[in-house]
Design a protein around this ligand. Structure first.
Ligand SMILES: O=P(O)(O)OC[C@H]1O[C@H](O[C@H]2O[C@H](CO)[C@@H](O)[C@H](O)[C@H]2O)[C@H](O)[C@@H](O)[C@@H]1O
Length: 268
């Protein structure tokens, strides 16, 4: 624990609590469709809604993230900040940032191209999103060979279509060239509700932008705390810049539960 005091942050109003999904509220599974919230988390998120603004900030499509979390009354922010929904997408419509709209078609073209080659790419899963998407190759028989094959297929057309490729563990993200990321999305969320206290929890490379943005917000006078969910192979930069570390999704679920318990205690 750093010198940042959880009780001080939880005492701020308006308070915001923002969570990543995969590796934070849900354990990693071999395929994206297998992910499930850790037991008890959905109930704690429901209780949490009464004390602050609660958001899910994920790399997944809003609908996909909402399918996993499935708690009403949260803000669902998908595709690393490109799309927003003020409740479950069954209740409210999903808003794509207008600046992202022109990249829907180029993203689709890249996925169409990969789809044509799918029979020669065993173990590859294509996850299309509203704009761009994720190419998973974690299940491929040879990771490095498949990675090279995918990059060879994608690099030139992506450049021509002005789309960006980014690599993670066993995946390639097809992204827009926009600078929107989880950090920018977090700031938008904070400004939208005039939050004074902000907690963000995440575990992976794309969460680092949000962790760093929280630091900037703290320098601007807000009470903020980032929670890093540590797994085998957690990026050193996450541990360096985060404020509070928990071990695995189980540790995150435990902390979430204790946060809700604290908020439910009567104030003196
Ligand atoms: O921002 P997040 O909520 O952490 O989402 C990041 C990506 O998560 C998903 O992929 C990862 O989790 C899968 C389920 O555990 C796993 O099978 C996959 O290998 C991981 O990369 C999701 O499928 C992606 O769309 C998200 O971008």
């Amino acid at each position: 624990m750093t010198s940042i005091d959880l009780a001080t942050i939880l005492g701020q109003q308006p308070l915001g609590l923002i969570f990543d999904i995969d590796g934070t509220l849900a354990s990693m599974t071999p395929t994206p469709d297998g992910a499930q919230l850790w037991p008890g988390v959905a109930e704690d998120l429901r209780r949490l809604r009464q004390y602050g603004h609660v958001a899910i900030l994920t790399g997944r499509l809003v609908e996909d993230g909402a399918r996993i979390v499935n708690v009403e009354g949260l803000t669902y922010i998908g595709t690393h900040g490109l799309e927003w929904c003020d409740d479950l997408p069954t209740q409210r419509s999903v808003q794509l940032l207008p600046e992202a709209q022109p990249y829907a078609e180029p993203g689709k073209q890249l996925f169409d191209l990969l789809e044509q080659q799918l029979s020669s790419l065993p173990g590859v899963i294509l996850q299309r999103k509203r704009v761009g998407g994720t190419v998973h190759y974690r299940q491929a028989p040879s990771l490095e060979e498949t990675r090279k094959q995918l990059l060879a297929l994608l690099e030139v057309p992506a450049q021509r279509l002005k789309m960006r490729l980014s690599e993670g563990r066993g995946l390639i993200e097809i992204l827009t060239p926009l600078t929107v990321n989880k950090g920018e999305a977090l700031r938008r969320y904070v400004q939208r509700f005039g939050l004074q206290g902000v907690i963000f929890a995440g575990d992976d490379l794309t969460d680092l932008d949000a962790v760093l943005e929280l630091r900037r917000l703290r320098h601007e006078g807000l009470a903020t705390m980032s929670i890093i969910v540590r797994h085998a192979g957690t990026l050193p930069a996450m541990l360096e810049h985060g404020d509070y570390v928990v071990d695995d999704v189980a540790g995150m679920a435990e902390l979430l539960h204790s946060i809700v318990d604290r908020l439910e205690q009567p104030r003196e």
